[in-house]
Design a protein around this ligand. Structure first.
Ligand code: ADP
Length: 310
């Protein structure tokens, strides 16, 4: 049962999307993002990140499911949700021939900000994003990085409570990436909830407190950044024994956890930084003869190994 809970910036329940060609891009997404969070939606290309953002911003129609923004249903409260949302899409989508200042002032007008107020807001965000000197230039004269910053200034002009950025640093050089991160962190400290999609683990790690990982239209992990990093820092090894196991091997080390699988195998989990020779020595001391050992990979590790490593 969906409850109206405004403490969540975003609350998604049972979201599915099947495109006209029959492709199912989202297969039942449930996701909550707390107010004031800095949240990462991480996933490889084609996972469904932009589709979710498209539905939140009412540009894409969901096949089923609901989304609430600050407790209000996006589908039934279109104007209210638009007021509380700022979206920075992946592709640059302002007019190349319009002047930088006019682009932001025009956007302010869409939100009912007129005259002096619109100009003041435009100035405030163009200054914050280091674009004030460029206000009279046509936008096609801007560098790639400036265009990205203009997208952010434009999304912020109505001072939304929630800012969503779709791959904000794709193709952005490292120096600019860092200054963009600093700007976003300050915005978040001042109370704006931020959600970003990325396929860089490093970016999510530097910025975000909580994270969801999406793959093939499904959420495969939804946790804090800290817990995810802890999880990725551990490995699980499966040992097959020559003889039947009467008791589970004991390791005098709190980092090592051992679980039985069946009468001739068990699994051991330990930090990836650990040397496993010590494991063999401890097993040999206990008279456990090992027939074979293999790495157990879980879905998360496979995902990171295949396409999410930055
Ligand atoms: P991401 O943002 O994670 O890269 P997208 O949400 O853009 O992923 O896409 C998810 C999947 O849906 C991809 O396989 C993509 O090809 C497909 N897709 C996106 N838009 C459309 C569309 N308009 N028609 C058909 N398939 C689409």
């Amino acid at each position: 049962m969906l409850t109206n809970n405004p403490k969540y910036a975003i609350s998604i329940r049972g979201l599915t999307k099947t495109y006209a060609n029959g492709f199912q891009a989202l297969k039942g997404i449930d996701l909550d993002v707390q107010e004031n969070d800095f949240f990462a939606l991480l996933g490889p290309n084609g996972a469904g990140k932009s589709t979710i953002i498209g539905i939140i911003s009412t540009l894409v129609r969901a096949s089923s499911g609901t989304i609430q923004v600050f407790g209000q249903n996006v589908a039934t409260h279109v104007y209210e949700t638009k007021l509380s949302l700022g979206i920075v899409p992946q592709e640059i989508n302002f007019s190349q021939f319009e002047k930088v200042g006019d682009i932001v002032i025009t956007q302010a007008g869409y939100y009912g900000l007129r005259g002096e107020l619109a100009k003041q807001r435009a100035e405030k965000y163009l200054r914050k994003l280091d674009l004030w000197e460029k206000r009279d230039n046509r936008s096609r004269m801007l560098s790639g990085g400036m265009k990205r910053r203009l997208m952010i200034a434009r999304a912020l002009v109505h001072e939304p409570r929630l800012l969503i950025l779709d791959e904000p640093t794709a193709g952005v050089d490292i120096e600019l990436r860092r200054s963009m991160w600093e700007f976003l962190q300050e915005l978040n400290r001042n109370g704006t909830t931020i959600i970003l999609t990325t396929h860089y683990l490093e970016e999510a790690e530097s910025l975000c407190r909580n994270i969801a990982i999406i793959n093939q239209g499904q959420i495969v992990e939804n946790t804090s950044m800290r817990k995810l990093l802890d999880k990725l820092a551990r490995q699980t090894l499966i040992f097959d024994t020559c003889d039947e196991l009467k008791t589970l091997p004991a390791f005098n080390d709190s980092d090592i956890q051992c679980n039985a699988i069946d009468s001739h195998s068990f699994e051991v989990s330990l930090s990836t930084s650990r040397d496993i020779n010590g494991l063999y020595a401890a097993l040999s001391d206990q008279g456990v003869l090992i027939k074979g050992m293999r790495n157990k990979t879980n879905r998360l590790e496979e995902l990171f190994l295949s396409s999410l490593k930055s």
